[in-house]
Design a protein around this ligand. Structure first.
Ligand SMILES: Cc1cc2nc3c(=O)[nH]c(=O)nc-3n(C[C@H](O)[C@H](O)[C@H](O)COP(=O)(O)OP(=O)(O)OC[C@H]3O[C@@H](n4cnc5c(N)ncnc54)[C@H](O)[C@@H]3O)c2cc1C
Length: 404
């Protein structure tokens, strides 16, 4: 029995290894790029946040997020980590539940998978871009521009549209649509938000631990807490990824209100600033020791205070204004960035057309799909890779059975 898998990303490699556990299964893993796991290598800023210990409890989106539950329970984070340990990967969990390779290198994850694929019943074909799939009486005819292969079962693990430079594309959606499946609207998720705030270029690269609240026409839209990163054009970082879903899609005023010192209240901060009046320092140093220096100076300027004025000469009102801005800095938002900057695609192939207990198509027997190509996407923090592992392992273990 031959099982073809389109895509050697996270879910495709997991599916290949699961299918190949049956020695009677011959697995052919087809990848259009020149190496396996290219996107995986770039995940987590090169560290690969490979799962989150809370992933089986929710944190997924799509028309029917409950579709993901079976796979996530069957191959829960602990089970996936055990699977990786058997492959040779040591991991470390952070208190937040995010799990990284112990080496802190995404390479390690790709390498253990790559080594494991080196099995007599797995053939990896690189540079093989599937551009047509046809159902035949024997199974499927899978074609690239140069070559055609006949497989009995087929797993579409082509990933989504997000991260276009790393291999994201429309291919998976197109191939599955050609076989009769339908696709929801695709939108970028876990993405930076653009802002026209003039101070941004000077803050590029500055990080802050904050509480962020997104307001739409003055009403609270979503909130979160964690690390924020200022970029030249906007706001980025885990907290922004978490709360950016669908931001700026409707007209109106969109604002991100940042509390840059959540552990302290405004009164306590104002009192601390008033105590600084006894120093001989200029106002540019007012927030030194509290915030990142560049951010501190921007706040002082936003409060209308000249950077060279002596702190000793600042009024209690001015110090109160600076404290107020630290506790509630409004950054106006213009748009969420596009698919090339997004970490994941919201939307995808409709899950109602697949059996969640096997990942097999309800329309085309012998066809399976897993990973981001399906209409399931997760929160920031390891949820998307966990979906890729769980759905890939489920699809592969089922497609690999002698009697599927
Ligand atoms: C910059 C970035 C950072 C991220 N960081 C994290 C993180 O830290 N934690 C987390 O959980 N998630 C992260 N994600 C999301 C995560 O990487 C994806 O959700 C996950 O890789 C999806 O797995 P997949 O197998 O469905 O698709 P992919 O991993 O994208 O693999 C799909 C593969 O299919 C191949 N392919 C597509 N079409 C064809 C075709 N027609 N023929 C042959 N081959 C084809 C592609 O080249 C690709 O190799 C990140 C994403 C990005 C872009």
């Amino acid at each position: 029995m031959t099982i073809g898998i389109i895509g050697a990303g996270a879910s495709g490699m997991a599916a290949a290894l699961a299918a190949a556990e049956n020695p009677e299964a011959q697995v052919i893993l087809l990848e259009r790029q020149s190496r396996v796991g290219r996107k995986l290598q770039a995940t987590g800023n090169g560290r690969c946040n490979l799962t989150n210990l809370h992933a089986a409890q929710g944190g997924y989106h799509g028309e029917d997020p409950a579709f993901a539950r079976f796979a996530l329970e069957r191959f829960a984070p602990e089970k996936t980590l055990d699977w990786f340990y058997q492959l040779g990967l040591f991991t470390l969990a952070e208190p937040s539940g995010r799990v990284y390779p112990y080496s802190d290198q995404a390479n390690s994850v790709v390498d253990v998978l790559r080594f494991a694929l080196d099995k007599p019943n797995i053939q990896v074909k690189l540079g093989f871009e599937v551009n047509r799939v046809r159902k035949t009486p024997e199974g499927f005819l899978v074609e690239s521009r140069e070559e055609g292969l006949v497989v009995q079962r087929l797993i579409a693990a082509c990933g989504g549209l997000a991260g276009t430079k790393l291999g994201g594309g429309m291919s998976g959606y197109q191939l599955l649509r050609a076989l009769g499946h339908r696709c929801t609207k695709l939108r970028p998720a876990l993405v930076q938000i653009r802002s026209s705030w003039k101070a941004l270029p000077g803050l590029k690269g500055v990080r802050a631990n904050c509480r962020a609240r997104i307001l739409h026409d003055g009403r609270l839209y979503r909130e979160g807490a964690g690390e924020l990163q200022f970029t030249e054009y906007g706001l980025s970082g885990p907290v922004i990824f978490e709360i950016s879903r669908d931001v700026c899609r409707e007209p109106g005023e969109w604002i991100c209100r940042l509390d840059l010192l959540p552990q302290s209240d405004q009164q306590t901060l104002t009192e601390a600033l008033i105590r600084r009046k006894s120093t001989a320092l200029p106002a540019g140093e007012l927030l030194t020791g509290i915030l990142h220096n560049r951010l501190g100076r921007v706040i002082v300027q936003e409060a209308g205070i000249g950077l060279n004025r002596p702190i000793a000469q600042l009024s209690h009102r001015e110090l109160g204004q600076a404290a107020e801005l630290v506790k509630g800095l409004d950054v106006s938002l213009t748009e969420a960035m596009g698919m090339d900057a997004a970490q994941v695609t919201a939307g995808g192939i409709r899950t109602e057309e697949f059996d969640e207990t096997t990942m097999q198509s309800k329309l085309v027997p012998g066809l399976y799909a897993c990973g981001e190509v399906l209409d399931i996407d997760g929160d920031c923090g390891g949820y998307n890779l966990q979906w890729a592992w769980s759905s890939g392992l489920l699809a592969g273990s089922h497609a690999g059975r002698t009697e599927a």
